[in-house]
Design a protein. Structure first.
Length: 176
């Protein structure tokens, strides 16, 4: 009876061990989780938004610029003319002075500078996306290494458990 039990046990032992590990992940699930949780990849929408805002700022340079400036000054002493002419009234200079200016500026010609700045922004953003792809590819390579190491360790554990079971069976079979 013991001899017939050994082949069946050796045959079903890997299945029993595998059934005990319910929390297993496939490699594609690891990729999905890494892509979902990797902080650098979560910056992708922010990079797109940054490019949109930079281009929008550059486009606003074509619009007219309106500025209002104002100054107010008070002087404790002002110059006066001490001459009194009976038929001529010379007004006294006020101690308060106010000045306001309104400036309107419009870009007429920039020599293609804004267009080149847009190209630079788009190129910089594209480089950021490529850098993200490279970093994630390196992460995938690390995941491949870790995943294969885990699979090898699981296989080693199964082999060792099978050897251990066979050794116990032999010692019990020979002694009993």
């Amino acid at each position: 009876m013991k001899i017939k039990l050994l082949p069946l046990t050796v045959l079903f032992l890997p299945g029993i061990i595998h059934a005990q590990s319910n929390n297993s992940l496939s490699l594609s699930q690891c990729y999905e989780l890494a892509e979902k949780n990797y902080p650098l990849l979560q910056q992708t929408p922010l990079l797109r938004q940054k490019l949109g805002l930079a281009v929008q700022n550059l486009n606003s340079l074509y619009l007219p610029q309106l500025s209002l400036q104002g100054t107010a000054t008070y002087q404790s002493e002002v110059t006066t003319i001490p001459i009194k002419i009976p038929s001529l009234h010379i007004p006294e200079v006020p101690k308060d002075q106010y000045r306001a200016t309104l400036n309107l500026e419009q870009l007429v010609y920039d020599g293609g500078v804004i267009k080149k700045q847009k190209i630079i922004q788009q190129t910089t953003n594209s480089l950021s996306f490529v850098q993200q792809d490279i970093t994630f590819h390196q992460l995938r390579k690390q995941l491949n290494g870790w995943y294969s190491s885990v699979l090898l360790l699981q296989a080693d554990i199964q082999i060792l458990m099978t050897i251990r079971y066979c050794a116990r069976w032999r010692t019990k079979g020979y002694s009993g």
